[in-house]
Design a protein around this ligand. Structure first.
Ligand code: MLC
Ligand code: AMP
Length: 504
């Protein structure tokens, strides 16, 4: 039997000496060499009794080997579960406990700290460092590069990606082989990727954007990637002349524009710049075009759905919009209370349906029923309108969510943590406009009566327990939070009050 995703994305490149990854040290990894590593890793997974359907949790730096581990999971039928490298052991404990992986691969430097978490979940722990080194790669090297693909059909789960929840508990989105493949097919066609493309890849590979949107699109089209460990401005500027396309979050584009070395000449040979994961300000779109002559192509998606809409490749790329539904994707705007579809042009919650939409949340049937309707529509929680030409505009969020540099942060999770700290009676966490990250985190704390709050202590506790990108960059103390007559905290009022804290 076939393995839907492996057969489409990887198998066609077996034995090809064409370049796949251009590494920062100048090394070029061919498709064939990459897939040999994948074969060895796939055999290593089998030797560890990782069976089809088992989860493989991965908390490692970006490297060619980390990407090969994703491919090896696809090949051996395991469910790939990548985790943000910023997560602390306290955060990782939840994901490992919830997903019960058969194997947990972590950075060698954290192996000791994570041993107890792996033991509690009864999973094997292996290591992989920034250059792929570690016990997992050592094991893989003992095996042959030739391995059989596990039979997997289109509806089998290929990946489990956690997305934070409005109640504070992260939800694992189950993505099928066909969710990933159908989206890659749609994007290759929509953005006209070919085997001549060289994508400048500076995104992390633990999220939909860097892992699926970027990598699967390049794999399907047979092109290659300049595979940078992260977005480092100097490295990106140095790599641009060798690339044909780039994908990024809006912060990538504002950082480029803030640097005088980023000139029209440097970008003139490029075929395409794509932005997503957070709103691209119309102002950034305009400045980018003035500097380079390129209109950034903005698209819209989420973990649960992969990509839903995109501005056109040919045709008008409209600033401030996320474009038109991709082929096979249906979108509608509904009343947030009743769920009834609203007339064209009105603002409501965006619902989406298509082969890209996930299968549900891991072990959360009720949450799945609330958000994924029987008719296949998924309720995104984003507020949108569809204009007369069918272009979708994301105008806000129905969900209490902060997006900082493309990372989602759920205030509830931070509030629940802050409320446990000494002297804190209650807290409210909001996002405020930030020149670099788009939005950043502000925490407003109310002390217990007659007590004071040790801000340095709060900062230290946050650092020890929460990933750095969730850290409030401003902490304010107030006597009471603004509430409406129902007693609900007025976050809108706080957002207005603290709108300027990161400006100037
Ligand atoms: C890092 N830090 C951040 C941050 N990224 N803080 C707020 N927001 C962020 N996005 C913190 C670190 O914890 C650290 O904190 C300090 O900043 C320096 O870390 P760094 O790694 O050197 O940061 P930097 O290189 O500046 O990273 C910024 C960034 C990066 C924008 C380049 O965050 C990034 O690559 N973002 C892309 C996110 C992404 O891929 N999103 C896709 C999600 S998928 P301290 O405290 O130690 O100083 C999705 C679906 C879709 O949304 O549609 O695509
Ligand atoms: P995540 O859950 O991390 O996948 O983030 C998905 C969320 O990012 C969406 O629900 C949107 O709120 C936001 N998002 C993604 N792309 C865009 C975009 N182009 N414009 C505005 N918001 C976006």
């Amino acid at each position: 039997m076939a393995n839907t995703l492996y057969d489409a994305l990887f198998a066609p490149h077996e034995g090809k000496t064409t370049p796949f990854l251009h590494m920062p040290d100048g090394a070029v990894i061919s498709h064939a060499a990459f897939l040999e590593t994948v074969g060895r890793m796939s055999n290593a997974l089998k030797s560890l009794n990782v069976d089809p359907g088992d989860r493989v949790a991965v908390h490692v730096e970006k490297s060619a080997q980390a990407l090969a581990l994703y491919a090896a999971c696809v090949k051996s039928g395991a469910v790939f579960l990548p985790l943000n490298t910023g997560y602390t052991p306290a955060e990782l404990a939840y994901f490992v406990d919830d997903s019960k992986p058969a194997l947990f691969v972590c950075d060698p430097v954290e192996a000791e700290a994570l041993a107890a978490i792996a033991a509690d979940a009864e999973c094997t722990l292996h290591t992989m460092g920034s250059y792929g080194e570690g016990s997992f790669f050592d094991l893989a090297l003992e095996f042959s590069p030739v391995s059989d693909s596990a039979p997997r059909d289109a509806e089998d789960i290929a990946a489990l990606l956690y997305t934070s929840g409005t109640t504070g508990r992260s939800k694992g989105a189950m993505l099928t082989q066909n969710n990933l493949l159908s989206n890659a097919e749609a994007l290759v066609a929509a953005w006209q990727f070919t085997d001549s493309d060289i994508l400048l890849h500076a995104l992390p590979i633990f999220h939909t954007h860097g892992l699926f949107v970027a990598t699967n699109t390049v794999l399907l089209s047979g092109g290659s990637m300049i595979f940078l460990p992260k977005f480092d401005l100097d490295a990106v500027l140095a790599a641009l002349p060798k690339a044909t396309t780039m994908m990024g979050v809006p912060t990538f584009y504002t950082r480029l524009l803030d640097d005088a070395r980023f000139t029209g000449d440097l970008a003139s040979h490029m075929r395409l710049f794509i932005s997503g994961s957070a709103p691209l300000l119309a102002e950034t779109h305009v400045q980018f075009e003035q500097r380079t002559g390129h209109r950034i192509l903005e698209r819209y998606g989420m973990t649960e759905t992969n990509m839903n809409t995109s501005n056109p490749y040919d045709g008008e790329r409209r600033a401030g919009t996320v474009g038109l539904p991709l082929p096979g994707v249906a979108v509608k705007v509904c009343d947030p209370e009743t769920g009834v579809q609203l007339p064209q042009g009105e603002i409501g919650v965006l619902w989406v349906r298509g082969p890209n939409v996930f299968k549900g949340y891991w072990n959360m049937p009720e949450k799945t029923r609330e958000e994924l309707r029987d008719d296949g529509f998924f309720i995104t929680g984003d507020l949108a309108l569809i204009d007369g030409d069918g272009y979708v505009q994301i105008v806000g969020r129905g969900k209490d969510l902060i997006i900082s540099g493309g990372y989602n942060i759920y205030p509830k999770e931070i509030e629940l943590f802050l409320d446990t700290l000494p002297g804190v009676r209650e807290s409210a966490v909001i996002g405020a406009p930030h020149p670099d990250f788009g939005e950043s985190v502000v925490a407003v704390l109310v002390p217990e009566t007659g007590q004071s709050i040790d801000i340095a202590g709060v900062e230290a506790a946050v650092r020890a327990n929460l990933a750095g990108f969730k850290r409030p960059r401003v902490i304010e103390l107030v006597d009471a939070l603004p509430r409406n007559t129902m007693g609900k905290v007025q976050k809108a009022q706080l957002r207005t009050q603290y709108a300027d804290v990161f400006q100037g």
